[in-house]
Structure formats: structure tokens, C-alpha cells
Design a protein around this ligand. Structure first.
Ligand code: UTP
Length: 294
């Protein structure tokens, strides 16, 4: 019987250089969409998908993430004393079950593949999810992106990636699927990391949601040992490609809108879109937007 997806890796070891100076002393993943940090959206998505264990790949300067998912006794005490019930509840909402979060240090940010490899001892021999907090997916009233992927994994064992259609001139920012057949899901014969628009095999891009088989640690192991001599970045896409065709690759065309919050424009778009979903913010925000001479 196929194993259930119980564990998720959250790589948060990157430097977040596109958001400097904001990210000089604060992790990119703590940037808020309205009033909730990116990483909390990611964790709530994992919980919604039935994930029981969350593994964070951290680096220097990322301690705020660990603190965010812990008690803040002083704050709780003050909120309780002031009868701030709602605020207290919003702080408690991000507290996990004891023992369900683990933090692994990635000493050098050597790439996403390296970040995943750092979790190899905690994953063991079972499939696992990967969620990049800087891709935020909104699907109001529907299943979260990872929940849709976990459901798809029931029928499509292998490497699963969430996929969106991007403009031809944007292919060089993504892993791009070479699509063999397109039905309910995309079956890919290959995946290419950041191809130029001329070389891109399709416009189907991989975004920051994956379900991977533990076999992925074999090509990652080889890449890590090779990188010790070449100093190259270790790409997760290359490892997924190396498992083909024995481990098939599927692109999941999920319901929902994805915001690339690793970019400033995507981050601003997400803030507006999420604020417009909030009854108390939608009207004043719309009124303000109308005053802009666009
Ligand atoms: P990005 O490519 O967005 O890099 O990583 P970054 O460092 O976070 O941001 P910029 O480009 O400098 O602005 C995608 C995801 O992979 C994680 C990042 O934290 C982010 O969630 N990552 C990347 C790691 O955990 N370790 C790495 O070595 C690289």
C-alpha cells in the first residue's frame, strides 16, 4: 500500500536578497500578507492537507520563525489581562502540537536541492511534501493547493509538482515541464531548470509545491558530493529529472491563484488580493484604490 504524505519540508534558508533591506535582520518568510507571515500561510496549508510533521530548513538570522510558532508568555499574559480575546486567539492559532516541528540548520544556502537534502535523516523512507512559503496560493472556499496535491497523489504516485502557465518570456525564472500528455494532470517526460524562452519545452512552470518520493535523496546525494568539487548550486529540479523515467513526473493544475511573494510585485499583489477578501478591509481599500489615478 502506498504511504500517506505525513511530513512536509519548509525550506527557509535562503537569503531573500530581493527584499533587502527588509530582510537584513528579518527572515523573508516573516513578511506579512496583511497581518499573517508568509510562513504561517504555508504551515496552515500543510495542516489543511493532513500533514503531521513540519521540518524547517533554516539558516542564520531565521530564529524569528522558530519563535513565531512558540508561546509568547508575556504577550499572552498582557492580552489576557486586557481581555483581548480575538488577538489572543490569533496568537494561539499558530502553536503546533508539541514535537511536531523540527528545525534543521542549512549552514550554507547552496540551493533548494541542498536544503531538501539537509532533511534526509528526518524524512527516512516515505513520501513527503515540500512547500515554499514565498509561493502563496489563494483558493477561497476551496481546498488548499497542497490538499489538492495530496488527493492527486492517491492516483499518481511519483514526483508531483504544482504547475501554472507562465508567459513565454518568463520561462527563464522557473523549472519548465516538457509535457508528454495533458489530461486531468500533466504527465511530463522531462523538466528543465530556467530555460530561455527559445529553448523552453512548454509554458508550464513548476511552482513551490512538491510531493516527492524518498528516492529523490539518491540524486541529491550525488549532487551534493559533486558540488563539493564544483561549488555549484544544487537544484531540486535536476534531481527530479534524474529520477525519470522510473519515477514519473506529474504537474498538478490546481484550483486557485498563485502569488510569487519572492518578488516585490507578487508580494504587493498578494497583499491587495488577500485584503480584498477580508470584509473589514475590502471597502476602505477599494475606496482608496479608486482614488489612485491609474
Ligand atoms: P529563492 O530562489 O527565492 O532564494 O529560494 P531566496 O534566497 O529565498 O531569495 P532571493 O532570490 O535572494 O530574493 C526559494 C526558496 O528556497 C529556499 C528559500 O528560503 C525560499 O523559500 N532556499 C533557497 C533555501 O532554503 N536554501 C537555499 O539554499 C536556497
Amino acid at each position: 500500500m502506498k504511504s500517506r504524505v505525513r511530513k512536509a519540508i519548509f525550506p527557509v534558508g535562503g537569503l531573500g536578497t530581493r527584499f533587502l533591506p527588509a530582510t537584513k535582520a528579518m527572515p523573508k518568510e516573516m513578511l506579512p500578507i496583511v497581518d499573517k507571515p508568509l510562513i504561517q500561510y504555508a504551515v496552515e496549508e500543510a495542516w489543511d492537507a493532513g500533514i503531521e510533521q513540519c521540518i524547517f530548513i533554516t539558516g542564520r538570522g531565521k530564529a524569528a520563525i522558530e519563535d513565531h510558532f512558540d508561546y509568547s508568555y508575556e504577550l499572552q499574559h498582557t492580552l489576557t489581562a486586557r481581555h483581548k480575546v480575538e488577538q489572543l486567539a490569533s496568537c494561539q492559532q499558530s502553536i503546533p502540537h508539541a514535537g511536531s516541528f523540527a528545525f534543521v540548520r542549512q549552514q550554507d544556502p547552496l540551493g533548494l536541492g541542498h536544503a531538501i537534502w539537509c532533511a534526509r535523516h528526518l524524512i527516512g523512507d516515505e513520501p513527503f511534501a515540500v512547500i515554499l512559503a514565498d509561493d502563496v496560493v489563494m483558493n477561497p472556499g476551496g481546498a488548499s493547493c497542497m490538499k489538492q496535491m495530496v488527493a492527486a497523489y492517491e492516483n499518481y504516485a511519483g514526483s508531483l509538482v504544482a504547475s501554472v502557465l507562465v508567459d513565454q518570456n518568463a520561462t527563464s525564472s522557473y523549472g519548465i515541464l516538457d509535457v508528454e500528455s495533458e489530461g486531468e494532470v500533466l504527465k511530463a517526460r522531462h523538466v528543465v531548470e530556467k530555460p530561455s524562452p527559445e529553448d523552453a519545452p512548454s509554458r508550464w512552470a513548476v511552482i513551490g509545491r512538491y510531493i516527492l518520493e524518498p528516492a529523490i535523496f539518491d540524486p541529491l546525494d550525488r549532487a551534493v558530493h559533486h558540488a563539493q568539487t564544483t561549488q555549484g548550486e544544487i537544484q531540486l529540479t535536476d534531481a527530479i529529472a534524474a529520477l525519470l523515467p522510473e519515477t514519473p513526473l506529474y504537474g498538478i493544475k490546481f484550483d486557485g491563484v498563485r502569488y510569487d511573494c519572492g518578488s516585490k510585485v507578487g508580494f504587493l499583489q498578494a497583499n491587495i488580493a488577500f485584503a480584498l477578501e477580508r470584509p473589514e478591509l475590502a471597502e476602505p481599500l477599494k475606496t482608496f484604490l479608486k482614488t489612485l489615478d491609474l
